[in-house]
Design a protein around this ligand. Sequence first.
Ligand code: KG4
Ligand code: ZN
Length: 338
Amino acid sequence: MLVLGIETSCDETGLAVYDTSRGLLAHALHSQVAMHSVYGGVVPELASRHHVTNLIPVLAEALRGAGAGLDGVDAVAVTRGPGLVGALLCGLQLGKALAFARGLPLVGVNHLEAHLTAVFLHDGEAGPVPDFPHLALLVSGGHTALIRAEDFGRYRLLGATRDDAAGECFDKVAKMVGLGYPGGIVIDRLAREGNPHAVNFPRALPRRTDLDFSFSGLKTAVASHLRKAGTPAGQGLADLCASVQQAVVDVLVRKTRVALRQTGLRHLVLAGGVAANSRLRADLLAMATEEGVTLHVPPPQRCTDNAAMVAAAGFHHLQRGERAGLDLNAVANLPLPT
Ligand code: KG4
Ligand code: ZN
């Protein structure tokens, strides 16, 4: 069965062709990052307009890569939320048009569940996948959460950020020091040359046993450090990036360890755009090894937004016989299914 995945929740136009027995056949992605970076963040109307012009060429590229035509597609999976409503509607309209014209089954996908499903994707040879139930740390530009995954379509939120998401914190710090948008990947790169102990930034909620996060204090601490010390360059900038990154990673790892001990779960999944961060991947693996827990992390290119994970998540819902009607709509704040 060939599932076509469509992702337009934010500023990436993604299309993927997923063969449920052979794995991912092709995926194509058009990133709008360069355009939005001029404004220091995503401009929703521009995102929608660019999805409208890019969706068909990206679809053609994905089909070409898969060596398939539209007549080879058996089902359509499309992100319906959470995300920017205008952007989501672009992908939804394409999905519905294809389903209507070709009489195909259609399924709406939760973008957060798609991130959590990225570890189940394979390019041909299926590798080890996490057992259910497992613990998931979901870290992206809009979300930071610890989740107990019972099964596909069944999740329990154990803790979440009370203010900024981890990715948002990286992006805001990057903006403060003139590194552009989005900043997570640039901070990751510069931090490799820096000293993570150069500046001792606060770690929020350190003694608490609850599983919530807070990153707004760190953002304020960086702003006040910059006011006093000035904006660094060269080695100083690398040291600042490494120190901020370590503060974020320490909190994420510490809370995940608490969650593993509280739940007794033996499999851990790391997902979302920030899961591409090299320090987070390394420190979480070290912690998981200490705790005797198996860590599952998608390759970095599958951590950030893409349509392959949407097709994979959609497949599991299609397999259960779930079908969306042609009245399927976008939901900006769609929660994970429970
Ligand atoms: O999952 P994603 O692509 O979009 C959302 O659903 O939000 O996540 C985007 C976030 C951005 O905040 C970006 O700065 C961050 O992921 N990010 C990273 C890295 N790559 C992307 N943060 C830290 N290190 C990275 N290597
Ligand atoms: Zn995302």
